[in-house]
Design a protein around this ligand. Sequence first.
Ligand code: MN
Ligand code: MN
Length: 267
Amino acid sequence: MQAPVLLGIPLDVNSSYLRGPADAPAKIREALASNASNQWSELGVCVEGAFEDSGDLNLGNTLETVDEDFRAISAAINDSLFKGKTPLSLGGDHSVTYPVIRAFNSHFPDLTMIHFDAHPDLYDEFEGNGLSHACPFARIMEEKLAKKLVQIGIRTLNDHQHKQAQKFGVEIVPMAALPAYNFIKDPGPIYVSFDMDVLDPAFAPGVSHWEPGGMSVREAISHLHAIKGKIVGADVVELNPARDPRGISAAVAAKLVKEILGKILKN
Ligand code: MN
Ligand code: MN
C-alpha cells in the first residue's frame, strides 16, 4: 500500500489579489484533528494513523525566493514519490501545483489530472507573472507534464483562456454542465487538484476569489468519490484563513482531505 503523506506548502507569493493561503496548512491540520468530528471517511475507512504528516516546507515565500521555493516543493514531492508514498499537498495558492507536477512527471509520465476550480488557471501570464496562481495549468500543459487535464466547475472562462484550453486540448466541464461523472472515469494514474473556490462562497467563504454559483460540499464529495482510477497524488489549495474567521472553510477543507485520504486508502 502506498501510504498517503500530508505535505504543507505555505506559499502565497503568486496570489494575484490577496495573500493568506500560506497560513492554510496549519488551519487544515487543526480542523482535521479537531474533536468536533471523527476520523472516518464516508467511504467507511478510518484515516486516523493511516497517513503520515511531513509537516510544512520551510519556504521564503517572496518573489526573490520563488524559484528556490519551487525547487524545494519539487524536491519534497520527488522524495515522497521515490519512497513509494502518495503525496497530498496542502496549499498554499494554486501556483504550487506546477512544481508538484514537475516532480510527478518522472514517476508518472501519463498522468490524468482532475482539476476542481471556478477558474481554469490557464493564463499564459497574469500581471507579468508566469508563475501566478492564474497560470499553473498553462505551464503544466505546455511542458506536457500531464497526458490529460479535466477541469470541473469552471465558471470564469474568458476568450484568452478558452483559446489556451483549445490549444492544450483541455476538457472543460463548466459549472452549468454538472454533474461531471462521465468525465472522471479514466483508469489513472489520477492526480486531483482541488481549488477551494470551486465551492460556492456560501459553503466556503474562506477563499481569496469569491465566485458565486459554485458547487455544494456534497456535490464536491460525490465527485471525489466517483473518481474511477487510482489516485496517486492530490492537493487542496487556495484556502485563505484571513477570510475564514470562524474556521468554517477550514472545516470544509479538512472534510475534503479526509474524503481524499479515504479514497486513496481504499485504492
Ligand atoms: Mn485555481
Ligand atoms: Mn480558483
